[in-house]
Ligand binder design. Sequence first.
Ligand SMILES: Cc1cc2nc3c(=O)[nH]c(=O)nc-3n(C[C@H](O)[C@H](O)[C@H](O)COP(=O)(O)OP(=O)(O)OC[C@H]3O[C@@H](n4cnc5c(N)ncnc54)[C@H](O)[C@@H]3O)c2cc1C
Length: 452
Amino acid sequence: MQAAPSATALPESQPIEGCDVFVIGGGPAGSTIAALLAQQGRDVVLVDKEHHPRFHIGESLLPANVELFRKLGVYEQVDAIGMKKWGIEFVSIEHEYQSYVEFADAWDKSMPSAWQVRRSELDEVLFRNAATRGARTLEGCKVQDVQFDDNGAIVQAQLDDGSRRTWHARFVVDASGRDTFLANKFKSKNKNPDHNSTALFGHFRNVRRLEGKREGNISICWFPHGWFWFIPLADGTTSVGAVCWPYYLKARGDKPLKDYFFDTLALCPELFDRLKHAELIDDRIHATGNFSYNGTHATGDRYLMLGDAFAFVDPMFSSGVYLAMHSAFDGAELVATALDAPQALARVRADFEGMMRDGPREYSWFIYRSTNPTIRDMFMHPNNFLRVKEALMSLLAGDIFGKTPMWWGLRRFKILYYVIAITHPLRTWRGWKRHRFNVRDMGKLQGETIQT
Ligand SMILES: Cc1cc2nc3c(=O)[nH]c(=O)nc-3n(C[C@H](O)[C@H](O)[C@H](O)COP(=O)(O)OP(=O)(O)OC[C@H]3O[C@@H](n4cnc5c(N)ncnc54)[C@H](O)[C@@H]3O)c2cc1C
């Protein structure tokens, strides 16, 4: 599908600069594809509306990401800023103990760990790496319009000082994250009615963490109105967030967000206890709408959408950065085909479209069912019967595009789930009802960003 030209007129005196590929957005997806394409010797422009280092949420990485950092040549830099993460702790208020799983138990034993990172630091490493590899990078530069023509596209952007610049690019990559620049332009973004939530989060000092090797693990703590993340960062700070169903945030009324966040924490006694001597950094709790969506299509003859610019799923399994960077690796091949061998583009586009749906779909199956007691039990009692735990750990490690036979194990996991669910019909029905109740649309809160 190709876009209709936009009506925005070009200022008469404005020079038009040329490039092969124009990348909108210097997050993990944009910086990765810019580095890869520049390395191929292409003339790449990468812009971000913000200046690095800039805040971004999404601090827990997956083991499958490690190989991508190696390929980009930034492994040592990420290792230097990261807190080693070997596994996941699951905490459920319905169970009196915690469950610990390790990535080393996945099917592929060669990816036992990942990192927790400050995204401001990680994203700066990736953005600067794109420049080192030869991309022309520009910060404080917000793309405002893209008009496609037969040879590519005219891209217009505004800089922080109010000045404007215009490029003609042979290919445009949209990596604008949840701003979904092209999907908004094409009106091709569909909100997912089966999942929407809101996240409240803050950074804390003096938090009691797990001990020893488990210190860097992410903790996922389920509570009646959603789930918490607990992410220990390398400098001693811990990121704590509550992903809540919209009705719950709406019930806050006029209560200050900070007070509401602490009330929410109290609903998970184990976590509350870990924060009993903690200090909230900057005295600030953030809130962000967190709804899931995906686009109707990710590619055209002259463009492609990566990462969150195409789809977003609930961050319960920390899949966002990996899916974004993986899409950039495949995307770089697609761009090369579009520029060098357009006759082969149709097939490459079809493969890419499939890949962009595979990742979110696989994680969504588990996310949708996370309120279901059967899935909770299976996470709280991880069992390797028929190698289902190995398969589950492969998914949680992000190994979804690898070559292991994990899919058979995952199918067996799902069959076991359905069998248990069918043999407990009342519990299953209650879980389903609860899910419908949780995801009902509360209107105004969607996408809203509040700070207090
Ligand atoms: C509450 C929450 C918690 C999360 N937790 C995790 C987690 O633990 N682990 C994980 O892997 N993922 C997590 N995610 C998801 C993760 O943050 C994203 O999936 C990831 O950042 C996607 O990368 P991206 O490059 O596609 O987009 P982004 O990282 O959002 O980058 C997009 C960039 O584009 C720039 N931009 C936007 N519009 C324009 C424009 N018009 N012109 C120029 N620049 C523009 C933005 O400034 C930004 O720098 C979480 C998300 C949320 C909401």
